[in-house]
Design a binder for this molecule. Sequence first.
Ligand code: ADE
Ligand code: ZN
Length: 346
Amino acid sequence: MFSDETAPLNKYFALPKVDLHRHLEGSLRLATMLDIARQHGVTVPVSMLNLSGLVQVQDQDPLTFSNFLEKFKTLRLFYKSPDVIHRVTAEAVEDAAKDNVRYLELRFTPVALSRAEGFPLHDVINWVLTSAQKAAQKYKIKVGLIASVNRHESPELAEQVAWLAAEKIKQGLVGLDLAGNEAEFKSDSFHGIFKEAKQAGLRITIHAGEWGPAENVRDAIENLGAERIGHGVRVMEDEKVVSLARERSTVFEVCPTSNFQSGVVKTFELHPLPRMLESGLKVTVNTDDPSVSRITLAHEYQDVCDKLNVPMDALKHSILLAAESAFLDEIAKQELTASLKTELKL
Ligand code: ADE
Ligand code: ZN
């Protein structure tokens, strides 16, 4: 299930990749967290083994959404200074580039990053944007940023984040995402915020049909203006919502290991991704939280092919689809898709 750090360079690593669904807060290196804990006195166990249990899913963990989300509560303790936020952002971009990801859409939760030290949301957003852009240039990778707000947190704060994000579209903050506890929280109090955010020019992606029913996918498309759905795998429970997603050309950002670890599917092999493809849905493969899940995108691609029996050709088309579904302007998107087409021989 988990990544093998010593795995030889393989064909999945060699593929040029696109990740549309990766959370900054789920991408922190364990070694960096130890450094931060030592430097800033974060009160967590400072041995690799103990810390890992708090912030990464373990083989013996209960495979539930609540256990999965619990890791993010501990992760919030680490954002102790502007330097820390600069560092973890740059490292997240570097790690993607080293996995041969050509386009990364990195989402981050300003409220989470601002909490430990009470940093202003406006500053936190600027720090992430600045570091991501700098790292993108250094590591030769294209990066788009998405601001994320949680269903289980205050709509008032979400509204502030949405307005601040809309002011930063030209600086590469391209979208708005609704994440968090879908099992217990509806989206009603966020409808107005997402409608206005879309009107202001932000692109919309919504976590739905992950821990909640297919109906939430309909809600995301019809009431929140989602062009893309984070996960959305439970759409398969309702043929009418599958039809709606097909009609609207909704793109699904599927993250198979995350779904297994958070209890959406009983075993990895039972993941509905192949059935989603057969139903004519637009499916992309992504990591969600590579550090929490202890994976890379190369490993996800490998497992999708080896364990879900998705042919290499279909995987390559899903990479191209991800590029075509990027929240980039048309010119940048054309450039990305053209280079991927050539490299993937499509
Ligand atoms: N935040 C980080 N990972 C998430 C997930 N898989 N679902 C909802 N919120 C999240
Ligand atoms: Zn997610």
